[in-house]
Design a protein around this ligand. Structure first.
Ligand SMILES: N[C@@H](CCC(=O)N[C@@H](CS)C(=O)NCC(=O)O)C(=O)O
Length: 274
């Protein structure tokens, strides 16, 4: 499918040649997004990889009314493509692959495809939530890391951060189960899974086969909160994996959290860098 796309004053038009017929289609693809969410980054990465022009709708993290208004549960990411609403990064990746197959997120070979999808699933089910849990724990211990996202970075609003933190901390802990036992389980799972991933990239620089797949997109995006967790980011055991993640993210021009390698916390969680 040959495609050319152009954007004019927010109206995006796609021409696609399918079966020799040139069709025009107004691109009204919307991503409902919270900019520091690593699951949203996974969806953004897929959209950008497929070079799909889209509009970003910023979701209020406290009310989520932009997504509940669509009939969605409230989690992000959500996309709306015409009148189709798709919730969750895995469903979004699968939808995009079906509707906009070129370039592909999945290998052609059946076994490799299954492998890539299995890594994506394990990353969605565990890596994403585990990295988020240990990431928020580090941030709650060092609230400066929350400035710019959940807390205000500048006075005078900044003076309300203590109050705001007292309001959001118990909610965050309940929502993402940031409690001692769950934290320990997350650390244990990460310590088992990260070396597995590290072994996989050794051969060809990608998790499956010799090209980027949804497995790489999921892992690179969902690992990102670990950049602010000293016990992972400063442990040389994971050095090769983190270097791979940073290199791939840079190659695809993804924003990443500032690694907290030494000294004071990096300013602003997630301290996103280009
Ligand atoms: N499995 C879902 C997970 C999405 C998810 O956990 N999203 C978080 C943001 S990172 C969310 O919206 N949580 C609800 C909330 O914080 O209220 C996916 O792959 O999209």
């Amino acid at each position: 499918m040959g495609q050319t796309r152009m954007a004019a004053e927010g109206l995006r038009i796609q021409t696609a040649r399918q079966n020799g017929v040139l069709t025009w289609r107004v691109m009204d693809l919307f991503l409902y997004d919270i900019f520091w969410s690593h699951f949203c980054e996974k969806a953004r990465f897929c959209l950008d990889f497929k070079r799909l022009p889209h509009n970003i709708v910023r979701v209020n993290p406290l009310t989520r009314r932009e997504v509940t208004g669509l009939g969605a549960r409230g989690d992000v990411p959500v996309i709306k493509d015409g009148d189709r609403v798709v919730e969750g990064s895995a469903a979004i990746a699968a939808y995009l692959e079906k509707e906009y197959p070129d370039p592909p997120l999945l290998p052609r070979d059946g076994a490799a495809r299954a492998e890539a999808l299995a890594i994506e699933k394990k990353s969605d089910d565990w890596l994403g939530p585990d990295a988020r849990r240990v990431g928020y724990q580090a941030a709650l211990e060092n609230p400066a890391l929350l400035e710019g996202t959940l807390l205000w970075p500048r006075a005078p609003k900044r003076w309300l951060n203590g109050l705001m933190l007292r309001f959001i901390e118990p909610r965050l802990r309940r929502k993402f189960k940031i409690f001692p036992q769950e934290l320990q389980e997350s650390r244990d799972r990460l310590r088992a899974f990260l070396p597995e991933l590290q072994d996989r990239i050794a051969a060809k620089g990608f998790l499956v086969g010799s090209a980027l797949t949804i497995a790489d997109i999921a892992v690179v995006s969902l690992m990102d909160p670990l950049e602010i967790v000293p016990e992972f980011v400063r442990d040389p055991t994971y050095g090769r994996l983190l270097a791979w993640k940073r290199g791939l993210a840079r190659a695809y021009r993804r924003r990443q959290r500032t690694p907290w390698l030494a000294g004071d916390p990096p300013p602003g969680y997630p301290g996103l860098q280009d």
